[in-house]
Ligand binder design. Structure first.
Ligand SMILES: [Zn+2]
Length: 158
């Protein structure tokens, strides 16, 4: 079991139901593992320490085959080991994202599909690389000409 930082293991980043279902090998190369360790050290560990509760990853590393299978963006930071999607059970994603925005160095922070008034809705996407852009966005579904599209709004919008 490869440990990335005090509380995070590589298996949390590479485990994927989608990869298992499709028979895709989602193991990560060493250069990507180094990026995941930086994300843990600079972003995930400080967030865990502040809220005092485990961070539950829903998506970490994505091998190229997995990313194309789920139709992920071609230049997704998940394919570089720089990003993770997560939640902290029982704490609003908006509250966690706001704390991160104020207190951490990160590259990109996205509050994804959070519904105001429903603290459990959506998740947080966070990435780390140097130099950090410190870009915060909110992803929402919007109806555009009758079709639901993902729209990214600047900042954390509740
Ligand atoms: Zn993500």
């Amino acid at each position: 079991m490869t440990r990335l930082s005090e509380h995070f293991h590589l298996s949390e980043f590479t485990r994927s139901q989608e990869a298992a279902r499709r028979g895709i090998d989602n193991s990560a190369p060493a250069w990507a593992v180094r990026n995941m360790a930086l994300l843990c050290q600079h972003v995930l560990e400080p967030t865990r320490a502040h809220f005092g509760q485990p961070i539950v990853l829903s998506s970490g590393w994505r091998a190229p085959a997995l990313n194309s299978a789920i139709k992920g963006s071609k230049d997704s930071q998940h394919c570089k080991g720089e990003a993770a999607d997560f939640e902290i059970h029982g704490i609003s994603n908006l509250e966690v994202a706001r704390w991160m925005q104020r207190n951490l160095a990160f590259d990109q922070l996205i509050l994804e599909f959070h519904v105001p008034g429903d603290p459990n809705s959506g998740w947080i996407h966070a990435s780390y690389r140097e130099p950090c852009r410190k870009e915060a966005l909110t992803a929402v579904k919007k109806r555009v000409f009758g079709r639901l599209k993902t729209v990214y709004l600047p900042g954390l919008v509740a």
